[in-house]
Design a protein around this ligand. Structure first.
Ligand SMILES: Nc1ncnc2c1ncn2[C@@H]1O[C@H](COP(=O)(O)OP(=O)(O)OP(=O)(O)O)[C@@H](O)[C@H]1O
Ligand SMILES: [Mg+2]
Length: 601
């Protein structure tokens, strides 16, 4: 998976609906917001006084050679300058703390919401994308909340105040000197607009590098094992070189822009000075007023450049907000029903009635599946890879919902039950065994502290996992490597059996992974499976002949339909798909050359 920010960039329009969604996060920060706005007003107001004070100095105190007045004005100037900076400092502290708290609240809300979402959501969002949503999109929002918002307010205020003062002092001279500003603003707006796709591409390349690293670092052992490590090195070099070249190009353009942005205001000032010569000569304005204009024009140009530059940032922040709310608006897995039924015990049976399912429209995975499991029975699901075995189990656990048909437990349609209620009867052993970073004990009880260690140890004993766990340096308190990397495949499977048993489920759902393991581990797994199945209903995807043969009913799936169903003997006698599969596997196990009559795998 390559992390791309394409989707953040797609939605770049600032929408009112996004404002409405962001607003509630500010509700409890009304005091901070009011203080910050007041801070901006005060610091901008104070800052705007400085050129006026300066004018007094130039026009009155200096020509009068009045040292006392010069000293007084300089002191006032300093005090106001200090006050303005101090207010700005406090306001930035307030707004920064507020931003940190809001973003941390959004992250908290996102994370807890993500935990409630269903499996289809995770089909859409891969880990990289989600991390990018939680981290970089939230950080982008932080910028909006903490700095950009007030910067824009500061900029607008500065421009407004500067213009009002200039036009009220000398409207004619104001017209003359400010007329050049729109041209400058338009120029910088255009430049930044042209630059934005470039910045975006730079970030895309950066995301490609991050994605490459997150994807391929895990694959290093495979690449090394297959003597193709150079491929990885070369590929990385290529992307990195591309980034380097592009960044260098952007750096050069950026420097050129800054040259323009630094030079132009000075040219404008030179123009004002040039124009003012005649005005001063005619005594239409004073030198102090010329200075005042120069300072106000500078005060207006700086915010204008900032706004032109920040537009992209603001749009990106709103894009990030949209993406964050896409997640927050995704309904939780439980959904809402007007009325739920409750299943307090599993007593009788499970029925699949004409169940059909697809992940994508038009690509049917399961077609018209009907069968029954009686309480206490073991059902084995067999079939070639991709025929829909895991999918069928996912419908029973309600990770996905049937498109047609229904699944009943004790006559109750499971879609009318709370998922929590339904799953409380189930013990799941999934095909991909996920082990959490942490010790063996917590991995077995899945961090449920109400499950006593004694029960965990007993479950491990029952499924033959005790031996290998007790040989680890800290036994049940030994830390497991990332995703169980320090355990063999067989050990991981035994651990997952212990996990299922620990929760004493009434219904065991087991998606057995195919893997060749040594005969001793095979024997251990067989024994532990026997333990797991004891006194409980079991529906399992099975690959081992011995397990399959012991099932009360075998369902043979192929191309999403049930091809055969019956006991081991019945299906062998039928000499169909199952018998072909059975003899083929038996032949492989004993290295004999049986000729299969039907083809399953
Ligand atoms: N989340 C998903 N989104 C889209 N298609 C999927 C998804 N999961 C599975 N499929 C597709 O559905 C079909 C059935 O997949 P399923 O995992 O149920 O097969 P399976 O019988 O369990 O295979 P295996 O024996 O290899 O585990 C396959 O074609 C697979 O590519
Ligand atoms: Mg499967």
């Amino acid at each position: 998976m390559i992390i791309t920010i394409d989707d953040v960039e797609q939605k770049r329009k600032i929408k009112f609906s996004t404002f409405k969604k962001i607003a509630p996060f500010f509700k409890e920060h009304q005091l901070s917001i009011s203080l910050s706005i007041l801070g901006v007003l005060v610091s901008t107001g104070l800052g705007a006084l400085l050129p006026l004070i300066f004018r007094e100095l130039v026009d009155k105190a200096i020509p009068a050679k009045n040292n006392d007045l010069i000293f007084q004005i300089a002191l006032i100037y300093l005090c106001i300058l200090f006050l303005s900076v101090a207010v700005e400092f406090i306001q930035q502290l307030i707004v920064g703390f507020m931003g940190i708290e809001i973003v941390s609240n959004i992250k908290k809300k996102m994370l807890s919401h993500i935990f409630t979402l269903g499996i289809p959501f995770f089909d859409k969002y891969n880990t990289g994308k989600l991390i990018s949503r939680i981290e970089s999109d939230c950080e982008q929002l932080f910028m909006l909340f903490s700095s950009i918002g007030l910067q824009v307010l500061w900029a607008v205020l500065n421009i407004l105040i500067s213009f009002v003062v200039m036009f009220s002092i000398n409207p004619k001279f104001a017209w003359l000197t400010t007329s050049i500003i729109p041209v400058f603003t338009l120029g910088s707006l255009l430049i930044f607009k042209k630059m934005r796709p470039m910045f975006r591409k730079e970030r895309d390349i950066y995301a490609e590098i991050t994605g490459f690293l997150s994807e391929y670092i895990k694959g290093i052992p495979t690449l090394r094992g297959l003597c193709n490590i150079n491929w990885g090195i070369e590929k990385f070099k290529k992307i990195n070189e591309q980034r380097w070249k592009y960044s260098a190009k952007i750096h050069a353009i950026r420097s050129a822009i800054w040259f323009f942005l630094m030079l132009t205001p000075n040219l404008i000032i030179a123009y004002i000075l040039y124009e003012s010569v005649g005005w001063v000569k005619q005594e239409a304005i004073t030198i102090g007023t010329v200075w005042l204009f120069i300072q106000y024009i500078s005060n207006s140009i700086q915010p204008l450049v900032m706004i032109s530059e920040q537009i992209g940032e603001i749009q990106r922040s709103f894009g990030a907000a949209d993406k964050i709310f896409d997640i927050l608006d995704t309904p939780s897995e439980e959904g809402k029903l007007a009325k739920y039924e409750t299943l307090s015990a599993f007593c009788k049976n499970i029925e699949f009635q004409n169940v059909s399912f697809h992940y994508k429209e038009g690509e049917s995975v399961l077609k018209n599946i009907s069968f029954e499991i009686k309480k206490g029975e073991t059902i084995a699901l067999v079939g070639p890879t991709g025929c829909g075995k895991t999918t069928l189990l996912s419908l029973l656990t309600r990770f996905y919902e049937p498109i047609e048909g229904r699944i009943l437990i004790d006559g109750k349609d499971i879609k009318h039950l709370k998922k929590e209620n339904l799953r409380s009867f189930m013990g799941l052993v999934l095909q991909d065994i996920y082990l959490f970073p942490g010790n063996a004990l917590d991995n077995i009880r899945v961090f449920r502290e109400d499950i006593e260690p004694a029960r965990v140890i007993q479950s491990a004993r029952d499924v033959m996992a005790y031996d290998f766990i007790s040989k680890m340096p800290n036994q049940f308190y030994s830390d497991l490597a990332e995703d169980g990397g320090n355990l063999s495949f067989g050990e991981r499977q035994l651990l997952s059996f212990a996990r299922a048993l620990c929760f004493s489920p009434e219904l065991l759902i087991l998606d057995e992974a195919t893997s060749s393991i040594d005969p001793y581990t095979e024997m251990l797994i067989q024994k532990s499976l026997e333990q797991l199945r004891k006194n409980r209903t079991c529906i399992m995807v099975a690959h081992r002949l011995s397990t399959i043969a012991k099932a009360d009913k075998i369902i043979v799936l192929k191309d999403g339909v049930i091809k055969e169903m019956g006991t081991h003997e019945e299906l062998l006698n039928a000499k169909g798909v199952y018998s072909g599969f059975y003899y083929k596997q038996l032949g492989e196990q004993h290295n004999l050359s049986f000729k299969p009559e039907g083809e399953l795998c």
